[in-house]
Design a protein around this ligand. Structure first.
Ligand code: SF4
Ligand code: SF4
Length: 176
C-alpha cells in the first residue's frame, strides 16, 4: 500500500473518542430522501435480481432499526436544520420525505445495541463535504480538517496527472 493510500485511509477514520454521546444523529435519519411507504414497498417486494435483492435487504435492515416519525413537525422539533438540508439535498418538498429515529436509543441517549450496531452506524461519520453533522457533533471539526487534507492530496494527484498528460502530449508532438 502506498504512503498516500495509507494516509487517506487514516484520514477517513475518525476516532470514536470524538463522539460526545449527544445521540442527535440517531434521531435524525432519512432513507435516500424517500417516504416511509416507499421504503416499506422496497423492503417487501420480491426482488428479481441480485442488485434488487441487496436493496431489499438494505431496506429491511433499515426498518428493523429505524421507525418513522409520524409527522415532519416532530422531526423539526428535534432538528429543523436537518429537515431543511435534507429537502435541499434531494430537491424535494416537505411531504415527500419521511424522517426516522432509532428504536435502540435509550432515554439517556445510549445505544442499547452498541456492540451489534449496524454497519451504517459504525461508518458514520465519514469526512466528506456531503456528510451532515448535527449541531454540536463532536466529529465536525476534525472531519473538516481531515477532508481538507484529503482534498489537497486529490488536488496534488490531479495536478501530477495533468502534468504527466501534458508532457506525454509534448513528447507526442515532438515525434510528429
Ligand atoms: S443502532 Fe445505536 S448507533 Fe445506530 S442509530 Fe441506533 S442508537 Fe444510534
Ligand atoms: S451527533 Fe455526533 S457527537 Fe452526537 S452522538 Fe452522533 S456522532 Fe456522536
Amino acid at each position: 500500500m502506498s504512503d498516500i493510500t495509507k494516509r487517506v485511509e487514516e484520514l477517513m477514520k475518525l476516532p470514536q473518542s470524538l463522539c460526545n454521546g449527544c445521540g442527535k444523529c440517531c434521531y435524525a435519519i432519512f432513507r435516500g430522501g424517500m417516504l416511509y411507504e416507499e421504503v416499506l414497498a422496497l423492503a417487501t417486494r420480491l426482488p428479481v435480481n441480485e442488485e434488487e435483492a441487496k436493496m431489499t435487504e438494505g431496506a429491511k435492515d433499515f426498518l428493523t432499526v429505524f421507525e418513522p416519525y409520524e409527522t415532519t413537525e416532530v422531526m423539526k422539533k428535534y432538528n429543523e436544520e436537518f429537515v431543511t438540508k435534507t429537502l435541499e439535498h434531494f430537491g424535494k418538498k416537505e411531504n415527500e420525505v419521511t424522517y426516522f429515529k432509532c428504536r435502540y436509543l435509550d432515554s439517556q441517549n445510549h445505544c442499547t445495541i452498541h456492540e451489534d450496531r449496524p454497519n451504517f452506524c459504525r461508518m458514520y461519520p465519514i469526512p466528506s463535504p456531503r456528510t451532515y453533522f448535527n449541531p454540536g457533533c463532536g466529529y465536525k471539526e476534525q472531519a473538516e480538517k481531515n477532508w481538507a487534507e484529503i482534498q489537497s492530496i486529490i488536488d496534488r494527484l490531479n495536478d501530477l496527472e495533468n502534468k504527466g498528460r501534458l508532457s506525454d502530449e509534448g513528447a507526442g508532438n515532438g515525434n510528429h
